[in-house]
Design a protein around this ligand. Structure first.
Ligand SMILES: [Zn+2]
Ligand SMILES: [Zn+2]
Ligand SMILES: [Zn+2]
Length: 188
């Protein structure tokens, strides 16, 4: 019986500066197609485009930026042909992608980032660089379990166990950054 070889978990690490990000995007889209196929859910053209835009870098992207990019014609597409996507459509696409585990929402940034392990449900922990803006998702069962048992002990009912940690990534540390360049995004 041939079973598709189970991929060993990749070591969790910040992507190096100048890494082949096109292959990050390609892999993410492949994973999404396979996942939706296996679940019988529809990865429509818009959902696929939104996912691609979320994956345009490892930096979480806001819904407004996604909308802006969607309005831009694709290479080779005539200007007039670019369809204007309505904000609710984009939010619905994002909701779908979040529901499928393909995208996570970073609350502290009000932005979205692609997940590279969408197969299993998990509460991500994120290390977010305040200098270049990249976010690295840890899927550390140890942290998740510690948090869960603390909550149980305290009688605290967890609704959203996601952890968002701010700091400076190794790429920025190497290039001499000592403090965040990005001002905190504040809304309201
Ligand atoms: Zn990448
Ligand atoms: Zn994830
Ligand atoms: Zn950084």
């Amino acid at each position: 019986m041939t079973r598709s070889s189970r991929k060993t978990a990749r070591p969790v690490a910040f992507a190096a500066d100048g890494h082949d990000h096109m292959s990050c995007i390609a892999e993410a889209l492949q994973r999404a197609v396979a996942l939706c196929e296996s679940r019988g859910t529809q990865l429509t053209e818009l959902r696929r485009r939104v996912l691609e835009l979320v994956w345009s870098s490892h930096e979480p992207i806001g819904a407004y930026r996604i909308l802006e990019q969607l309005d831009r014609p694709l290479p080779g597409q005539m200007r007039g042909k670019a369809r204007r996507a309505a904000p609710p459509t984009v939010y619905r696409a994002l909701d779908f992608l979040i529901e499928q585990g393909l995208v996570h929402r970073i609350e502290s940034l009000n932005a979205f980032v692609g997940c590279d392990q969408p197969q299993a449900t998990h509460a991500g922990q994120f290390m977010i660089c305040g200098h270049c803006g990249v976010a690295l998702e840890l899927n550390d069962a140890g942290i998740a379990n510690a948090l869960a048992s603390c909550a149980t002990r305290l009688g605290f009912k967890v609704e959203r166990p996601t952890i968002e940690v701010r700091g400076i990534c190794p790429n920025c540390v190497r290039s001499g950054a000592t403090q965040p360049a990005h001002a905190e995004h504040r809304h309201g």
